[in-house]
Ligand binder design. Structure first.
Ligand code: F6R
Length: 246
């Protein structure tokens, strides 16, 4: 795992955007694995900027998102469909039929998981996967205890994840209890992975990750077993990492 530490969130986001743009410029038909949440917002802003000012085109790029809440319609203000549309897709020249996000309104979540894993296999694998990290070490919605061989599956969100995401909903009660998420093994199909973390509230998670202890109790730690992961953090998120000599 390569670790890149930047002064602040904007600098970290700019570096992530450089890596994504390099991928897209090298291969205009790249498959990007995308995440939602607060962390990649700066990256997406920088990519929109790159599209508008430097002409980086996403015309033939395909995207595969990590997850979606069960029970939220695509046009629900807090669905990940809405998030991706508002934060990235409608600002760049990507074709919406080239963007994949699990269907949260499926009548059969289990079938949806199988369908989505087939999307990863048929459209993917992801050339470059963007990940954020939960304070409990989740990646995607792979909460502590997730099996490293997991494919796309239905997950019951743990209280801390729902509480954290309740900032986007009128109340905690309205945060969905379940989601469809790509699994650890689905994520591992990616050729390259960029894990982003920013801010003091991620400092303990980043320190735990960089302790290199691999355990299902902290799903992001499985990333130590992937051959091409770059961790991009700002100084606040890196603050609790014990460096040699300290
Ligand atoms: C989002 C996702 C989650 C988030 C994580 C961090 O698609 O899969 O794993 O990356 O919950 O969320 P933020 O960035 O809001 O702190």
């Amino acid at each position: 795992m390569e670790v890149l530490v930047f002064e602040d969130y904007d600098a970290a986001s700019a570096q992530a955007a450089r890596l994504v743009e390099t991928q897209v410029l090298e291969n205009g038909q790249s498959v990007l694995g995308l995440a939602t949440g607060s962390t990649p917002l700066g990256l997406y802003k920088a990519l929109i900027e790159g599209f508008k000012t430097r002409g980086v085109s996403y015309k033939n790029v395909r995207t595969i998102n990590l997850d979606e809440y069960i029970g939220l319609a695509k046009d629900h203000p807090e669905s990940y469909h809405t998030f991706m549309s508002k934060r990235l897709f409608k600002h760049i020249d990507i074709s919406l039929e080239n963007t994949y996000i699990p269907d949260g309104m499926t009548h059969s979540p289990e079938e949806e998981c199988q369908r989505y894993e087939a999307v990863i296999d048929n459209v993917g694998p992801m050339d470059l996967q963007i990940l954020g990290i939960g304070t409990n070490g989740h990646i995607g919605f792979n909460e502590p205890g997730t099996d490293p061989t997991s494919l796309t599956h239905v997950v019951e969100l743990v209280h801390s994840t729902r509480a954290s995401n309740s900032r986007f909903f009128p109340s905690l009660d309205e945060v969905p209890t379940h989601a469809v998420t790509t699994g650890i093994q689905s994520i591992f199909k990616s050729r390259k992975i960029i894990l982003l973390a920013s801010g003091k509230n991620k400092a303990a998670a980043v320190a735990q990750l960089l302790s290199k202890e691999i355990s299902a109790d902290f799903p992001a730690s499985f990333l130590w077993n992937h051959p091409d992961v770059t961790l991009i953090v700002d100084k606040d998120a890196y603050a609790l990492v014990q460096t040699e000599g300290q």
